[in-house]
Design a protein around this ligand. Structure first.
Ligand SMILES: Cc1cc2nc3c(=O)[nH]c(=O)nc-3n(C[C@H](O)[C@H](O)[C@H](O)COP(=O)(O)OP(=O)(O)OC[C@H]3O[C@@H](n4cnc5c(N)ncnc54)[C@H](O)[C@@H]3O)c2cc1C
Length: 419
């Protein structure tokens, strides 16, 4: 078991320095206390067993965290995009796998909530959307229902390059779904899977026809298959999901038809929601190193190593990298909103790339700096290293795809070619 970290950890984003709102300051303080008290002591167990953090979800439900982005009018905490990101980073520093799976759950409320409120819908569609999402929100708040976000299929769809191979066909009263999702975090543990699929009723497999549907885990035809024994983020239990002639009623629509495509094109920062977990892991790698070199890391002898100039240089380099990562990420989550400028999207991609790559670079540097005893499994650092390795692999904004897009979009204006 990890030694519980101290409850006096400083905020990742100091409320005064970063001019957080009162709401953000209070919520991040609560998250930090919750992470140190509840998540940190259990984190090693989910990692060792590659098991789902069920106990954490029970406690998150009891303390209201499952409803963080549900609008206040519907009974939730009403956090917007930035407030959510700041809170999730605080949780990520104590248990990466819990924060990452919680992100999948929260997105089903953030994307259907404040994010879609920014998008265009006629009044009738908006009224119906509010009725549909209200059903999901009440399940979460009243019953502790957990949602997940299985989008990936192993093909070009999750990167946004093609229509999803999982299909939905309209029938009387709802839809029939067929397909397969890979790497479905929370598989076998979520109560509802929020899947992206293609509406093929009119025979066209187009990205514009993407539907976002909440499929009950208990629906006939839904099954969880495959092994789960990965390098990192082991508590996410990201097994595969099969959908075979699964019927869902009309109110399974998490967004009105056509709206997901509008969201993905007009609110691109929505894809940054995977980063807060890794921002937290970057901070955790830094903090571990400070404690270790000062001889204050719980579970290790009180041996100081801070007096060596090489350690001081390494610590300085880590601090510079952490501050750079925080500054860029904070700028990107602050300007997130509908219809960002080209510069804003480039900054979001650069922030995503920076957080995902630097979290792992910081963890690697922490191991190198602290030394062999610091990477024993009785300490959290080697788990932070393995968990942080996963960030840059996550679609649609993998580190490679960020670089690919930044390079092209800096050099070409929309519509320009060299033909
Ligand atoms: C711990 C963990 C949890 C996850 N949880 C979820 C989840 O809950 N829901 C979910 O939907 N997914 C989830 N994923 C899946 C993740 O988003 C990827 O889909 C998954 O890692 C599959 O990657 P791949 O390497 O097989 O992808 P591939 O499609 O084989 O891509 C390999 C690499 O090629 C590059 N590439 C891909 N497409 C293109 C393109 N069009 N142009 C240029 N380069 C490209 C990318 O850099 C990519 O990393 C999770 C992944 C991890 C590691």
């Amino acid at each position: 078991m990890d030694q519980a970290l101290t409850q006096t950890d400083a905020p990742i984003f100091d409320p005064r320095a970063f001019r957080l709102t009162t709401f953000e300051a209070a919520l991040t303080a609560r998250a930090r206390e919750f992470g140190a008290r509840v998540l940190a002591p259990r984190a090693a167990r989910w990692d060792r067993e590659a098991s789902f953090p069920t106990d954490n979800y029970r406690d998150m439900a009891a303390e209201g965290w499952l409803g963080i982005c549900i609008p206040e009018a519907d009974g939730g905490m009403g956090a917007d995009f930035r407030a959510y990101c700041l809170v999730a980073a605080e949780l990520g520093r104590y248990c990466g796998a819990t924060a990452l799976t919680w992100n999948m759950h929260v997105c089903s409320t953030l994307w259907t909530g404040v994010l879609t409120d920014d998008l265009e819908m006629d009044t009738a569609t908006r009224t119906q959307h509010h009725a549909h999402r209200g059903v999901h929100y009440q399940r979460i708040l009243a019953d502790g229902a957990i949602y997940s976000q299985p989008f990936s299929e192993g093909g070009a769809a999750a990167s946004g390059a093609a229509a999803f191979g999982t299909t939905a066909r309209r029938v009387d009263g709802g839809f029939i779904i067929n397909g397969k999702k890979i790497f479905a975090s929370l598989a076998g543990h979520a109560h509802h899977y929020g899947i992206l699929c293609t509406d093929i009723t009119d025979g066209t497999a187009s990205r514009r026809n993407t539907l976002y549907l909440g499929v009950p885990a208990s629906a006939p035809g839904v099954s969880v298959v495959g092994e789960w024994d990965p390098l990192g983020m082991r508590g996410t239990v990201s097994r595969n999901l099969l959908f075979q002639d699964v019927f869902v009623p009309e109110d399974a629509l998490l967004m009105p038809p056509g709206l997901y495509f509008q969201a993905a094109t007009r609110w691109p920062h929505m894809f940054m929601t995977l980063t807060p977990t890794y921002m937290g892991l970057a901070q955790a790698a830094h903090d571990f190193t400070v404690r270790y070199l000062r001889g204050e890391q719980p579970g290790t002898p009180p041996v100081k190593r801070r007096m060596y100039p090489t350690k001081q240089i390494a610590m300085a380099e880590m601090r510079v990298m952490l501050e750079q990562t925080k500054a860029l990420w904070f700028a990107a989550i602050t300007e997130a909103g509908p219809d960002p400028s080209k510069e804003g999207v480039l900054r979001a991609l650069a922030a995503q790339h920076t957080v995902m790559e630097n979290a792992n670079a910081l963890a690697a540097k922490a191991i190198r700096t602290c030394g062999g005893q610091a990477m024993l499994k009785s300490l959290p650092l080697e788990r932070i290293y393995r968990d942080s390795r996963c960030g840059s692999l996550m679609l649609p904004w993998t580190a490679e795809l960020c670089i690919d897009r930044i390079g092209r979009d800096v050099l070409y204006e929309r519509g320009e070619t060299d033909e």
